[in-house]
Design a protein around this ligand. Structure first.
Ligand code: SF4
Length: 331
């Protein structure tokens, strides 16, 4: 690690003011990804602004339904919250499928959104990496890339976003609340993370000095039957090769509404909106779900080692929709 100063912020305003006057400062809450990165010199902050004691640790109901989840609520507290388990089981299951109990106990909601890719070349400083050092190259493009992107990659970076929690939050059309030097604003979840383009070093659309204060999950009544399916190399403590968050609202014989998002396929949680549009009004059966899966993967651009993920994703979508249509549960 480099030498850095440590300060405990006394309020959100204090944290924002400190961050906006030092471009090399970083916020720290749980630190479960940041400290790992600092140990291998991926991040060398001038100061760490500890926000972990700020008042952003509550889960509150919002008018009209839905929940406002403070940015410092632990992943465990979100997953175990009775309203989350009852109304958004895909969110609870996604969180419980990630990391370990110990990590989930300290990892925060805001930090989960800001965790960085687990591309092995990014973490190994013996290799070049455009995300670590812009313009240096992307060894994953010609190297081992079985975990990498199917959608939205660029010639600069083919990494994927690693979060499980963010996949259902994208499906549920959550809103990210932030506060920065210019005041407060809200960012639709699907616009919070960005594709790599020619700036792979930037993962999100946060402005300098902005701090995530909460995530608002709107009411989605049929999300009670939502599912999260994660496919990975090991049964635990592994990142997704493919994951799917799906919730379907069936009225009579036809599909009234649907939410679908994929993880492990892009630099951000991936929402296959054409597949969602296709599903509306169709009969909720295996043929429809297969067609939706085909549509969802239409624009996929597999790499040297990850073409298997195309079929894996189709099967995961079909299975997730089938289980949700039957009322939900473990997919
Ligand atoms: Fe770096 Fe992105 Fe290439 Fe991985 S995929 S080596 S993170 S530039």
């Amino acid at each position: 690690m480099n030498k850095f100063s440590y300060i405990r912020a006394t309020s959100v305003k204090d944290a924002v003011q400190r961050a906006s006057t030092d471009e090399n400062a970083l916020f720290i809450a749980g630190g479960t990804n940041l400290v790992d990165r600092m140990k291998v010199f991926l991040d060398e902050p001038s100061q760490l602004i500890d926000i972990s004691r700020l008042q952003m640790q509550r889960i509150e109901p919002i008018a009209g339904g839905g929940l406002r989840i403070g940015a410092l609520v632990s992943n465990t507290a979100v997953a175990d919250h009775p309203d989350v388990r009852r109304n958004y089981p895909m969110l609870s299951r996604a969180i419980l499928s990630g990391a370990s109990q110990q990590i989930r106990n300290v990892a925060s909601v805001g930090g989960n959104l800001l965790q960085r890719t687990r591309c092995p070349y990014y973490y190994d400083t013996a290799f070049a990496c455009n995300k670590r050092e812009p313009g240096s190259g992307c060894p994953a493009a010609t190297g081992i890339n079985r975990m990498h992107a199917l959608f939205g990659a660029s010639d600069q970076c083919i990494a994927v976003h690693p979060s499980d929690m963010c996949v259902p939050l994208a499906a549920l059309d959550a809103i990210v609340e932030v506060e920065g030097p210019k005041g407060k604003r809200q960012i639709p979840f699907t616009e919070f993370h960005r594709l790599p383009g020619n700036m792979p070093q930037q993962d999100s659309n946060l402005e300098p000095g902005e701090l995530i204060t909460a995530v608002v999950v709107p009411p989605v009544p049929f999300a009670k039957s939502g599912v999260y399916l994660k496919l990975r190399d090991r049964a635990s403590y592994a990142f997704a090769l493919i994951s799917v968050a799906a919730a379907i609202d069936v009225a009579g014989d036809s599909i009234k509404d649907v939410r679908l998002a994929m993880g492990g396929v892009a630099h951000k949680p991936w929402r296959p909106t054409e597949a969602e549009k296709f599903l509306i009004g169709k009969p909720a059966n295996a043929e429809t779900f297969q067609q939706a899966a085909e549509i969802a993967l239409q624009g996929a651009k597999p790499l040297t080692h990850n073409s298997f993920k195309v079929e894996l994703a189709k099967r995961a979508i079909k299975r997730s929709l089938t289980v949700s249509a039957k009322g939900g549960g473990v997919a």
